[in-house]
Write a protein that binds this ligand. Structure first.
Ligand code: CA2
Length: 145
């Protein structure tokens, strides 16, 4: 079974608790359930994690080498700031799918640039939490069978 790592960045643990007009009402636990259901359907083993700490995300990305076949990442605010996460991802030899619940390109200017987008294999934005499900569907296409 292919193992897929799904990483979530800072404040996504608060999903569903504010700004529902931007992010909807689902919590991160709901997103994890969605991903596990889709993972079961696609025969993926899902490892779903969230951290508010840049260094912890970097360590998880470093450890992913050899353990996972692909990575889905919503780095949240670190998307727009983190060269460290960019550099860690650059060392991975696997599909990297960047997901955002909202569409950062239509929001404040400081959200327009993505360090992850520079090396992502695919990018899914503005599809709400279904974007995670779409990322797993995309992963099937990207992984050699
Ligand atoms: O649209 C996305 O998924 C974002 O990655 C979400 C980040 C934001 O900084 C990015 O520009 C776009 C924000 C994550 C915080 O998420 C919360 C959502 C609702 C309630 C509390 C936190």
């Amino acid at each position: 079974m292919e193992k897929i790592l799904i990483l979530n960045g800072p404040n996504l643990n608060m999903l569903g608790m504010r700004e529902p007009e931007i992010y909807g009402h689902d919590t991160l636990d709901d997103v994890e359930v969605l991903c596990r259901e889709k993972g079961r359907a696609l025969d993926f083993k899902i490892d779903f994690r969230q951290s508010n700490h840049e260094g912890e995300l970097v360590e998880w990305i470093q450890e992913a080498r050899g353990l996972f076949r692909g990575i889905v990442i919503n780095a949240a605010a670190y998307t727009h700031t983190s060269v460290a996460i960019h550099d860690a991802l650059k060392m991975l030899d696997m599909p990297i799918i960047e997901v955002h619940i909202s569409n950062p390109a239509t929001r404040e200017e400081f959200r327009h640039f993505s360090y992850i987008g520079l090396l992502a294999t695919a990018v899914i934005v503005g599809e709400g939490v279904q974007g995670y499900v779409q990322a797993l569907e995309k992963m099937v296409e990207l992984l050699p069978s």
